[in-house]
Ligand binder design. Structure first.
Ligand code: ATP
Length: 775
């Protein structure tokens, strides 16, 4: 949903003045939100203001409330923390402080306030709005403002943006800053892991989160930790210490050289007693005699520049906040901008704040089931999945009725998260008593019989590794369908898990279409999309695309810095993506590109003319000697004629003395190195659900005595189209859609889905680059 329109709205007779402040703890992405609010407000014909130092600036007034121009927020995207400052303001908690704040706002003529902060800040904001009429009455009585002022500013608009690293706010799936914080935590734990392995040590790592275990849980999944402690779900039973030690000993007995335990700062046991990093360290030392160290990550977690996800989240939410201001009326409750089901949403601010408080209340009355239920459904599912991958999972050691042999194959170009998915599938299948088999080197490897059983420890350390440990290539089963079928039967494989890009989808189609010729292809198969291009149908995100976006973002940040240093340079950056513009658009938004060229739109002379005219205008507006570097992103397949070199040459020629142009083709660097936390977490989620899918299909079939038999194992053959599916992420759910059903949504020629949900984001790129000519 994209509602922004570049026209100039009136509000009665005066120009709207919209202020933004950042409050509470700083969170990476707050600057991106400020930038988006300022630019969206200006585009919509409003004046934008920044209130410095949070509510303190509102109380102090004067120079703390400053008008913002378009260029004042240049460079904000890449900066961590909050440039306009934040503070914990005692005065605003008192009515007298809020009275002063109201006076300052009326004096400045500000009638809309966008607050970016945590639940405390948003509570304060809503209180401010509810008191607003009475504050005005009091100010008139005190003769601090006139009755005319009071009439003119009778209605105060408040909009909340959730800037909080804890991801502890209800009514939104994610808060600004949480994913960057998870990046910092995973970087630290990855580093700790290498030293832990080297010395065979145990580490207890404390992460932030007072009432919310989101960071600890996601970090636990993303780093493959041995044990985690979160406030919402204390370790069950009085003997949890024994069980933790037994669990870690099991891991050690299997050959693990490192032990990682993650504890949230608000972790408690079921009696509400704190579980501390120090206590856990002593436990591991005393009971297991492990050389144990403790690391409290502290403020490292909040720091640094925001990741691509937070930049884009904050940007889209900032734009939406301005729209919410402009569509608000006195009878509409203050909205909070959130994200649900992968869409930017508005919910009632006060309701969200109240729900958030319920979690802490549920914990304090030991209602842990209630506390977990108050989190989003994905949180619960992911906690269970974390447990399911450990050796203390309830099913470990239980023999299933029928042990299935599940083969895993990587297909297509490497993508970060492939290994994490293989790891999760292998461990989950093993824990359930089934037999995972790894196929090396894609379909040529299968044809050559490169298949082997995988043990729990075979995938140790795979979570943080990029590329494909199994080996991958683009070859299709059609290279030798008969041999592929023969090998599947020879190795007595009952189901197939394909992890890969569009080639994995077409491989599934080939086998599906050949079911009538080769019974082996009648086994259940599932495809987990893994490609940086994010062009597989049936999913909003594929594994690897988040890592790739971050890799592109890092490169573009460096290029922009270089371009800025040389004062007048435009970089035309070529990115991957095949016929899908996903990477170009999303990285364009994350780096503040001036323009993006995508295959969906192509490039033509009119568009190039517009871009050159825009660049000439912008460089002529830059302050003397302070021109900024600019970046244009071009998808590799945007145009056959207007190549990256040609576009750059045109820009250079037309820029004359004003600016020049260089190209940068990022190539395979875009595959990234180590998978991003989001790719790891998505990999685990998809892999566990995919194994469940295979098991349910195989077991359903074998228990209903189907007609075709392998002769050597459970009978899993069935021609049901639903038994070959793509596992997809849709909002907060994992879905399975048969490859056949997806055909109608697929553009096979251009190798992508027919619809692209991210096209709205392209308008945001242009809006924030002042490209009203393109929006
Ligand atoms: P974080 O999650 O990072 O702690 P937060 O927004 O919850 O962020 P708080 O310290 O609770 O952080 O609140 C920030 C500021 O918001 C406070 O310093 C105060 O000025 C204001 N504030 C918080 N709660 C209230 C309230 N109930 N009434 C008025 N103002 C409040």
């Amino acid at each position: 949903r994209s509602t922004f329109q570049p026209f100039l709205p009136g509000f009665g007779h005066r120009r709207r003045k919209i202020a933004i402040l950042t409050s509470g703890g700083d969170a990476p992405g707050m600057n991106a939100a400020v930038r988006a609010v300022v630019r969206a407000a200006i585009t919509r014909g409003c004046d934008a203001y920044a209130v410095h130092e949070g509510y303190q600036g509102l109380v102090d007034g004067g120079d703390m409330i400053r008008k913002m121009n378009w260029d004042d927020v240049q460079g904000y995207l890449t900066t961590g923390g909050t440039v306009i400052g934040t503070a914990r303001c005692k005065a605003f908690r008192e009515r007298s402080g809020r009275l002063q704040a109201a006076k300052n706002m009326v004096k400045e003529g500000i009638d809309a306030l966008i607050v970016c902060g945590g639940d405390g800040s948003l509570t304060g904001a809503d209180l401010f709005r509810s008191e607003w009429p009475s504050l005005l009455v009091e100010l008139v009585e005190n003769e601090e403002i006139t009755q005319d002022d009071a009439d003119e500013y009778a209605h105060l608009n408040i909009v909340g943006l959730v800037g909080s690293i804890d991801n502890d706010m209800s009514s939104t799936d994610i808060t600004i800053g949480a994913v960057t914080c998870l990046h910092r935590i995973c970087e630290c734990i990855d580093s700790i892991s290498s030293t832990a392995s080297s010395h065979s040590r145990a580490f207890v790592v404390e992460v932030m989160g007072r009432h919310c275990g989101w960071l600890a849980l996601m970090a636990g999944i993303a780093t493959g930790a041995d044990f985690i402690f979160i406030p919402e779900r204390p370790p069950w039973g009085e003997d949890w210490q024994d069980r933790m030690c037994a669990e870690i000993k099991k891991h050690r007995d299997l050959g693990k050289r490192k032990t990682i335990v993650i504890v949230c700062e608000g972790a408690i046991d079921s009696n509400l007693e704190p579980i501390t990093a120090k206590g856990l360290m002593d436990l591991l030392t005393d009971r297991l005699h492990l050389d144990t160290r403790m690391t409290i990550l502290g403020h490292v977690q909040r720091g640094g520049k925001p990741c691509a996800f937070d930049r884009n989240l904050a940007t889209m939410q900032g734009i939406e906040a301005v729209e919410a201001v402009l569509s608000s009326s006195p009878d509409i409750p203050s909205p909070m901008i959130g994200m649900n089901e992968n869409k930017i949403t508005r919910t009632e601010l006060m309701e969200a704040v109240a729900l958030t408080g319920e979690v802490a209340k549920a914990i304090s009355r030991k209602d842990f089931v209630g506390a977990m239920d108050l989190r989003d459904p994905a949180f619960n599912q992911q906690y269970d999945q974390f447990l399911a991958l450990t050796l203390s999972a309830p099913n470990v050691g239980k023999k299933p009725q029928q042990s299935l042999r599940i083969a895993i194959i990587n297909v297509g170009a490497p993508a970060c998260g492939m290994n994490a998915a293989v790891r999760a599938a292998v461990r989950y299948a093993r824990n359930l008593g089934h037999v995972p088999l790894g196929i090396n080197n894609g379909f040529p490897g299968l044809v050559a019989g490169q298949v082997k059983e995988m043990e729990w420890m075979d995938v140790d350390g795979w979570m943080s590794q990029g590329g494909s440990e199994l080996g991958t290539n683009r070859d299709q089963p059609s290279l030798d369908l008969g041999m592929v079928s023969y090998q599947l039967q020879k190795f007595n494989i009952h189901s197939l898990l394909l992890i890969g890009g569009f080639e994995a989808y077409t491989a599934c189609l080939e086998m599906y279409n050949a079911r009538h010729l080769y019974p082996a292809f009648c086994m259940p198969m599932v495809h987990i999309p893994a490609t940086i291009s994010n062009n597989v149908p049936g999913t909003e995100y594929s594994l690897g695309c988040d890592t790739s976006l971050n890799a592109i973002m890092e490169a573009c940040d460096a290029l922009k810095q270089s371009a800025t240093a040389s004062r007048k340079r435009v970089f035309v950056v070529e990115v991957h993506g095949g016929k899908s513009g996903f990477l170009a658009v999303m990285s364009g938004l994350a780096v503040g590109a001036t323009s993006v060229y995508i295959p969906e739109e192509g490039v033509n002379l009119i568009r190039l003319q517009k871009d050159v005219t825009h660049l000439c205008q912008r460089y002529s507006q830059d302050a003397e000697g302070k021109s900024h570097g600019r970046v244009i992103i071009r998808s590799e397949a945007a145009s056959k004629t207007y190549t990256t070199d040609i576009i750059s040459a045109i820009i250079k020629e037309e820029g004359h003395q004003q600016f020049d142009s260089r190209t940068a083709t990022l190539g395979h660097i875009q595959q990234g190195n180590s998978p991003s936390p989001l790719d790891r977490v998505r990999a685990v989620r998809l892999a566990v659900c995919a194994v469940d899918f295979l098991l349910s299909h195989a077991c359903d079939i074998s228990s209903s005595a189907s007609t075709t038999s392998t002769g050597t194992g459970p009978d899993v053959y069935n021609k049901d189209p639903d038994s070959i599916a793509v596992a997809g992420i849709h909002g907060s759910s994992v879905t399975f859609t048969s490859v056949e059903a997806l055909l109608k949504d697929t553009d096979l020629k251009n190798r992508k889905p027919k619809q692209s949900w991210w096209m709205d984001y392209k308008r945001a790129v242009h809006l924030l680059a002042r490209r009203t000519d393109l929006v």
